[in-house]
Design a protein around this ligand. Structure first.
Ligand SMILES: C[S@@+](CC[C@H](N)C(=O)[O-])C[C@H]1O[C@@H](n2cnc3c(N)ncnc32)[C@H](O)[C@@H]1O
Length: 268
């Protein structure tokens, strides 16, 4: 049996068999993109590779469970994932600060995060936990609510919500880490490895609840496990590089210490 709430060092394709079928509430899959020269990222067809992952995750997910699959804009093009999972959204993670070096084409300024669910209805979609600030001024927004197409449109009445709005499917408010970011664990993890905690938080908070089981098949330096610990989700995490596993475990220990201190402070 795979140990929960730690990072297991090994190959996901072998370890996945030991995850019980229909036991997982959420998969956060930030694996190979097939675009760098890293040994683990050299993939002949990223679409076929992702299709195999989607098929295998579909057995592990509970009904209504969610999968977030990271990649480049073409990462699921021309493969038929529909027998396995339903694609609900392709979220654009927009990074305007990426160096615009293209000479013969438009520079790619975003990653996509494909949001799938098993079955027809998501088991959780906790909108109130992931709302973002309204960008338009309140007065203008209130005026919009009285426009007939908004009052009688297909989504019914939309109301200004003081807690913020739905984050939508273009996320430009979360920046990729830089070498100055406090949370960066090592220089090597910059760009191709480590994701910002805020990005993973949105996925975990939106699509799981306290006590749910999250699977992170490509854990890197442990961002998703750390977020799971912070928000009291159970997790199973795999990572093939022992150095990254070490960083991840250190981060998990640091998070536990922080939480222990917080609990102690709250209790006193
Ligand atoms: C994009 S990184 C994930 C980064 C992670 N989200 C984080 O924030 O640290 C992908 C990771 O997958 C790992 N990896 C690649 N192939 C693997 C495999 N077959 N089994 C387990 N891990 C693998 C790589 O070593 C790399 O650390």
């Amino acid at each position: 049996m795979i140990e929960k709430n730690t990072i297991t060092c090994g190959d996901t394709f072998e370890l996945l068999d030991s995850v019980e079928d229909a036991s997982v509430d959420l998969v956060v899959c930030d694996g190979p993109y097939g675009v760098t020269q890293n040994e683990w990222d050299r993939i002949d067809s990223i679409q076929e590779f992702n299709l195999e992952l989607i098929s295998r995750f579909s057995h592990k997910l509970k009904e209504g469970g969610a999968l977030y699959l990271f990649g480049k804009p073409d990462c699921i093009d021309f493969v038929d994932y529909r027998p396995y999972l339903n694609l609900r959204a392709k979220i654009v993670w927009y990074q305007p600060s990426r160096l615009a070096q293209g000479r013969l084409n438009y520079t790619n300024n975003y990653d996509i995060i494909c949001y799938f669910i098993k079955g027809k209805r998501p088991a959780s979609y906790n909108l109130d936990d992931i709302r973002v600030a309204q960008l338009v001024e309140l007065e203008h927004r209130l005026r919009c609510e009285n426009v007939p197409s908004v009052r009688t449109g297909p989504f019914g009445k939309t109301k200004f919500n003081e807690k913020g709005k739905n984050p939508g499917d273009v996320w430009g408010d979360i920046k990729q880490l830089t070498y100055k970011s406090k949370e960066l664990v090592c220089r090597e993890a910059l760009n191709t490895i480590q994701k910002p905690e805020r990005l993973i938080e949105r996925l975990i908070l939106g699509s799981s609840n306290v006590g749910d089981l999250v699977l992170d098949p490509f854990a890197g330096v442990g961002t998703c496990p750390v977020v799971c610990r912070k928000y009291e989700r159970e997790f199973i995490a795999f990572e093939i590089n022992p150095e990254y596993v070490k960083h991840g475990i250190e981060r998990l220990d640091a998070e536990s210490t922080k939480m222990g201190l917080l609990n102690f402070n709250h209790g006193s």
